[in-house]
Design a protein around this ligand. Structure first.
Ligand SMILES: [Ca+2]
Ligand SMILES: [Ca+2]
Length: 258
């Protein structure tokens, strides 16, 4: 599709030119963040990694402090959520997972059943859930498994539980569970979870809200990956709009939208 031709409005063009020069002058030519390359290419989908996540029954997933996925089904059927993640290392992963449970009794199906839980995750860089993750329960019940007079014990959830700098040093390690203990439904077997282990906190039945955290220092598969975190602080891979010169080894090309 051809570009629309200018209709010849000199004063407007001149204003745009001046504005363009002013804008170019405000764009930093190098990254302000130390350690970030002074030039970055734009990331493509090939730079992302696929994240597969399965929770009995629900989860929200944060990577490096940003929300990247929420389970679309709160209860049943059990489902796998697959999303593309642009990784950056060290990579802080934080997950809130919930077993389906009445908030006042800890039970389900009209307070006739104590449901059980489970969580598993695999990223395409080789990141998997296992006992190296941290886990902490924030809602537990029915206390002592008492289904006749069911009560729950809730612990306030810290506001910044998903933050990179959140201190989980005093949290216990996640407990690993066998696949047979969790009994995942069919969507689990249709996705790639090879090498990952189901985790939860100490009680798969009575712990109903659990937060997991893990820092992945470097790509587990050893494959080097570009850190695109400074992308908004540099002019990526092409001359800034309005600079007037194109690299001589490139033919004319249209500016990509930013
Ligand atoms: Ca459940
Ligand atoms: Ca439960």
């Amino acid at each position: 599709m051809s570009e629309p031709r200018s209709q010849g409005r000199p004063s407007t063009c001149f204003q745009l030119l001046i504005t363009g020069i002013a804008c170019v002058a405000t764009i930093p030519a190098v990254a302000v963040e130390s350690g970030t390359p002074s030039r970055l290419r734009k990331p493509t989908i090939a730079d992302t990694i696929r994240a597969n996540v399965y929770a009995d029954n629900w989860f929200s997933l944060y990577v490096n402090g940003e929300l990247v996925a929420v389970d679309s089904i709160a209860f049943i059927p059990h489902n796998v959520i697959s999303v593309d993640v642009l990784p950056r290392y060290p990579m802080t992963i934080a997950v809130m997972a919930k077993d389906n449970a009445d908030p006042t009794t800890g039970m389900e199906y009209a307070n006739t059943n104590v449901g059980d839980a489970g969580f598993i995750l695999k990223f395409a860089d080789g990141t998997v859930t296992d006992g190296s993750w941290k886990a902490k329960c924030f809602s537990h019940g029915p206390i002592n498994g008492d289904t006749r007079t069911p009560r729950v014990e809730n612990t306030p959830i810290p506001e910044n539980w998903f933050a990179v700098d959140f201190d989980d040093s005093h949290w216990a390690a996640a407990k690993e569970y066998a696949e047979a203990d969790v009994g995942p439904k069919q969507p689990f077997f249709d996705a790639d979870f090879k090498g990952a282990t189901f985790i939860w906190s100490d009680d798969l039945s009575l712990d109903n809200t659990v937060i997991f955290r893990r820092v992945i220092p470097t790509p587990p598969d050893g494959k080097p990956r570009t850190d695109f975190s400074g992308l908004n602080d540099v002019v990526p891979d092409a001359p800034p709009r309005g600079s007037g010169k194109r690299p001589s080894d490139r033919g004319p090309r249209r500016e990509e939208s930013r």
